[in-house]
Design a protein around this ligand. Structure first.
Ligand code: DHB
Ligand code: MG
Length: 221
């Protein structure tokens, strides 16, 4: 038996879900409604949402950041793992997808824990820094345009407390990262981002092969 990560075919993936997924009904409903959206593939996997919720609980996080909200699955997964006084700052450029997210925040009973900030992600992060929030966040989930990851990384790193955690979605790009013929700008951006993060001594790292690949980066004290 090789120590390499096991390949999950559909049956094994279904098994994994059948013995571990505890998806709240509101998230199952959100997933069903999002499946009709033209960009449905941007939604995170349910086991990934559960994993991030577990991380947030483990850390005892109260201040969270999300860059790239889409229809709200990840923000709800994180917000449900927070104590009542916890907060998620949810950043996105899309008023339509986030209108759906807001509907589900209410249905999940977490709308008082999530603050939506519409607009350019880098500008919104700079605004948080200008508001004096540097060093105050526990957790950040980055899941927006892939070309923006370096800018979101630098600003999130500044916003995190020492020991705080960032999670980056889609770091394997459905396997396209290893296909030389795949030259689209998002895949090129992720390749360069992965390379740069590997060499970045400011963070502890693990690239977790869950869903489309999730890199965890902890801000070193
Ligand atoms: C894409 C973006 C995502 O964040 C994702 O989870 C899946 C796909 C995309 O841009 O294709
Ligand atoms: Mg994503």
């Amino acid at each position: 038996m090789s120590p390499k990560t096991i390949q999950l075919d559909d049956r094994l993936h279904a098994y994994l879900l059948s013995v571990s997924l505890r998806e709240p009904e509101v998230l199952a409903k959100l997933r069903a409604e999002t499946a009709k959206h033209p960009y449905a593939q941007m939604q995170i996997a349910p086991e990934q949402g559960q994993f991030m919720g577990l991380l947030v609980r483990l850390m005892g996080a109260t201040r969270c950041l999300e860059v790239g909200v889409f229809t709200g699955y990840s923000s709800i997964s994180v917000a449900l793992a927070l104590p009542p006084e916890g907060k998620v700052y949810a950043l996105d450029v899309d008023p339509e997808a986030t209108a759906m997210a807001q509907r589900y925040w209410k249905r999940a009973g977490v709308d008082d824990r999530i603050e939506l900030r519409l607009g350019d992600g880098t500008a919104s992060l700079d605004a948080l820094l200008a508001e004096g929030r540097a060093g105050t966040f526990d957790f950040a989930f980055i899941d927006a345009d892939k070309e923006g990851y370096p800018a979101y990384y630098e600003r999130s790193l500044a916003l995190l407390r020492p020991g705080g955690l960032m999670a980056f979605d889609n770091v394997l790009r459905s396997g396209r990262v290893v296909e030389p013929k795949e030259r689209d700008s998002a895949t090129e951006a992720i390749r360069e981002f992965n390379r740069a993060l590997h060499a970045d001594e400011r963070v502890d790292l693990s690239m977790v092969p869950i869903a489309d690949g999730l890199t965890l980066a902890r801000k070193r004290p």
